[in-house]
Design a protein around this ligand. Sequence first.
Ligand SMILES: [Zn+2]
Ligand SMILES: [Zn+2]
Length: 399
Amino acid sequence: MPVFVNTVIQKNYTSGIENNNTPITILTSSVSPQEVTLHIFLKTTTIKTIQKMSATKGYAAYNATDNLAPFDFNRREVGPHDVQFEILYCGVCHSDLHQVHNEWGGTVYPIVPGHEIVGKVTAVGAHVRKFAVGDLAGVGCLVDSCQECDNCEKGLEQFCRNGFTGTYNGKDKISGGVTYGGYSNQIVVDEKFVLKVSDKLPLANVAPLLCAGITTYSPLRHWKVGKGHKVAVVGLGGLGHMAVKLAASFGAEVTMLSTSPGKEQDARHLGAHHFALTSNEEQVKELTGKFDFIIDTVSAEHNYNVYLGMLNTDGVMICVGAPPTPSLISAFSLIGGRKSLAGSLIGGIAETQEMLDYCAEHNITSDVEVIEMAYIDEAYKRMLKGDVKYRFVIDMATL
Ligand SMILES: [Zn+2]
Ligand SMILES: [Zn+2]
């Protein structure tokens, strides 16, 4: 039953592609989205067939300033290699906030954020081997990459030479529109980018592992952090609390560095062996040359040189937080002691699976505050004040 799209809609569709937006929702208004096959005449006079869209309920920001609001859209129907799952929980990451407010530029509205996604599989394509209906599944920060470049071949999809597809606000190579994230009731993703989730751990607490967990696990593994190493963690938020838990579980001696004395008890409770106040000059002096590694999770402007001074000979400071403005770094902070300043971005798919398996085996999860969908704007406000221990997670049953 082909439906021929009228000129007005055709115009919207082509302009939608140019704007990197997805107007697919308007195309299905006259017929059931489950049954229709749409033939859309594009400018080039080629015919593109979009089959069996899958209606989805979500929550979106329509612009940079207003509160988030309900948003209905369509995901692609399950393809032969796709896994579809009902989203049960979605973590709230600082990236959501930055992109909703267009602080990194390039946000396409409406934007459906969320890349700490866990749920239960509801359908699988004919060629899917790893998943069956009813399995628990997760999706993190990426849903696609070229899978051909050297980095993809090495399992470093996050550094894909041709750019990975972000779980939200990414260019969707399959539908031609923009990707929509986990603040929604279901998602369809190629099985290569879907993670297996153990049923041993509480699901809401597992969700933040998909971004905060892998962001801290990956550098700790890459630099082989473990027994005998002195590690400092800067910043006790979503990333910082995972860095403390993971570094401690790898056998390192962990020091929490913070500007607020009120965090000492929490840091120790999470597994930190020591605590130091970086607002106290005496304590900072005592830390000179002390650490083999520093994991810097702070995404607000701060002075890197102070922390570089705390590195031991051959020490490495790894940035996983991304302040919006560049920092001044003195070469003198690095050359004395042959120190390195490095960065790390999430992790590849295989490593993300390794991290989830490790956490299931060692009973490691995120400390979370479960919220209702409608609480999201209040949650953003509290995140900006650092008022969360340590991750908000949306219960999608409240969508
Ligand atoms: Zn994130
Ligand atoms: Zn690639």
